[in-house]
Write a protein that binds this ligand. Structure first.
Ligand code: HEM
Length: 558
């Protein structure tokens, strides 16, 4: 299409602009100035439409902001959070589109087939180039540390491995299925056993009143800190840091914006200071030597590359966020989804009973059996994640190139553009998940496999858990990222969350404080996400030992 046709087709009232400008030039004095200003202003409002008309037609189409060029989409993203992409997507129906964000461009990917093509490892796309500045702001790294972290990120100094890649490889290796992960998971399950048995002591019929999110935060923070950071972890040495960590986490977006954070986000800023001081002490007093091998190796790598003990402490703050930031709200929602649906609760209690073996004093739940033989629990876990995971996968385009995906024309990605694969929109798309995409269907991730005839002559259907519902492409489930950037903690997360939830379901009744069935809170879906969505309010619940089982002791095993 020629540029003239594109300019004509652009949604710009050319005739109006022309008439105003012509009248301005033909009239004298103040009226002329007024009309000239008016002409400039109205034309300015159409600049994004003009940029859209002038862009290379092979690029993803630019969606002009209707009245606030350059700033409008930025304000929209801050105001509506991840929902903003859903609004634009619903009104344009493009599988991929471009938004002008200040002087940069953001490409938003809505279609899983295109996501598959974009998320592959490529020399023209980087993930770390995108998130390092964000990490600096979040943990307050100094510039010498950033120089060390950035060194040889893209292999510009040859094959010698820089800190970032060495550390990332070690963390992923430590969390891969195998003996290291088994040892970590075993300790974590032991921690849950101890903490939950003590939370409502056996024989205690009264129960404990607490916010459900607060309950999960408390147990997960303590268990993960002991398991991963060892007995002298900062929370064990300074118990008040439990609040500091979550105050820090609650204000991370403001810290990321980095506009006078000590004033605009003082609570989170002060909490970060307290956490950073304690983590510095953790390194300087060498408490990390009693931590898991993962942390011992991580600290050793940081120090070997010349990071100071003070900054090596700050580096642990971002890992703590990785460990807790998603696992805690995911566990909250899985518990809430089950306890708010009495029929589902009964079905999961019946199903998980297969994973319980009892000796005289204790009921033991095997997490391996949960994973292998409890498809409804697994399916509910995955359906929970589908409903709450709306964090975009981000990449920076480092070299102009074209992407090809079946069913789409080639799209040109220009160097300097930022890409966001919009997980929240993809997770809710009826075209991918079916017309009931908006519903919470605990059994969505299950299949019935027909089995051989039993002795009574009937053919039995056996249910199995599916990693993905039939006909859903893998790039459409993005709770753990996708392609070249996948969460290395996903196996650990699944073990700890399934174990914890199965233990709670079998050990406790969790009800509304008035005694009724727990009501699901709204999702806090209007924020720029850094993790899965949180509840808009933390529901107060009563956690009681189950009736007639107040004296039972419980244990989780791998
Ligand atoms: C349900 C729980 C979890 C969810 C939904 C989750 C999700 C994610 C996502 C979406 C990413 C970023 C991928 C991207 O930006 O494209 C990520 C990164 C990461 N996660 Fe998780 N995560 C969970 C639990 C965990 C746990 C328990 C650990 C550690 C034990 C962990 C460690 C990490 C690390 C270290 C990264 C950074 C990876 C990198 O820089 O390459 N995550 N996670």
């Amino acid at each position: 299409m020629s540029i003239f046709i594109r300019l004509r087709k652009a949604n710009i009232p050319w005739l109006q602009h022309f008439l105003i400008l012509a009248s301005a030039l033909s009239i004298l004095s103040e009226t002329r100035i007024f009309l000239l200003l008016y002409a400039v202003l109205t034309f300015h409002l159409d600049t994004e439409a003009l940029l859209a008309a002038l862009q290379n037609p092979r690029e993803p189409p630019l969606i002009p902001h209707p009245y606030l060029p350059f700033l409008g989409h930025v304000v929209g993203m801050f105001w509506h959070g991840a929902k903003y992409f859903a609004f634009i997507s619903a009104s344009t129906q493009h599988p991929i589109f471009t938004l002008q964000t200040l002087n940069k461009r953001t490409i938003v990917v809505i279609d899983p087939t295109l996501a598959t093509a974009i998320q592959k490892k490529s020399p023209n796309l980087t993930f770390y180039g995108m998130i390092l500045e964000v990490t600096r702001r979040l943990v307050d790294f100094d510039y010498p540390t950033m120089e060390i972290i950035k060194w040889n990120l893209d292999g510009e100094h040859g094959t010698h491995e820089g800190l970032m890649h060495e550390s990332e490889k070690m963390v992923s290796g430590s969390l891969e299925p195998g003996p290291n992960l088994n040892s970590l998971s075993t300790t974590q399950l032991e921690q849950f056993t101890t903490l939950l048995n003590a939370f409502v002591p056996s024989g205690e019929a009264k129960g404990v009143e607490i916010g459900l999110m607060q309950f999960v935060k408390q147990i997960f923070t303590t268990a993960n800190a002991n398991t991963i950071y060892g007995p002298s972890n900062p929370f064990a040495v300074h118990p008040h840091l439990m609040h500091s960590f979550w105050d820090y986490e609650a204000g991370m977006i403001a810290l990321m914006a980095d506009i006078f954070p000590s004033i605009t986000s003082w609570k989170s800023w002060r909490a970060r200071k307290a956490m950073n001081n304690a983590l510095q002490e953790f390194i300087e007093k060498e408490h990390y030597r009693q931590a898991s091998p993962l942390i011992q190796k991580r600290v050793a790598i940081n120090l070997k590359h010349g990071i100071s003990p003070k900054m090596a402490g700050r580096s642990e703050l971002i890992l703590l966020f990785g460990i807790l930031g998603n696992a805690v709200p995911t566990t909250f929602w899985l518990l809430a989804n089950i306890f708010a649906r009495p029929e589902l609760l009964a079905a999961i209690r019946a199903e998980t009973s297969k994973a319980i073996h009892a000796n005289e004093t204790v009921n033991v739940i095997s997490v391996s059996v949960l994973k292998a033989h409890c498809p409804l629990l697994l399916s509910t876990y995955r359906e929970t994640l589908r409903h709450i995971a709306n964090l975009s996968s981000v990449r920076l385009v480092t070299g102009t190139h074209e992407i090809n995906a079946p069913g789409h024309p080639p799209f040109l990605l220009e160097k300097g553009n930022m890409i966001q694969i919009a997980s929240g929109v993809i997770h809710a798309a009826p075209s991918t998940w079916g017309s009931d995409a908006a519903d919470f269907k605990p059994e969505r991730w299950m299949a019935a496999t027909r089995h051989a005839k039993s002795s009574d002559g009937n053919v039995n259907d056996k249910k199995t858990a599916l990693p993905l519902p039939n006909s859903v492409p893998s790039a459409a489930f993005r709770a753990f990222g996708g392609g070249s950037v996948l969460c290395p903690g996903r196996h650990f997360a699944m073990t700890e969350i399934l174990g914890f939830v199965a233990l709670c379901v079998n050990m406790f009744d969790v009800a509304d404080v008035q005694g009724g069935v727990l009501k699901l809170p709204e999702k806090d879906d209007g924020r720029i996400p850094l993790t899965v969505m949180k509840p808009a309010i933390d529901p107060q619940v009563m956690v009681r030992r189950r009736e007639a089982a107040e004296d039972v002791q419980w244990r989780l095993e791998l």
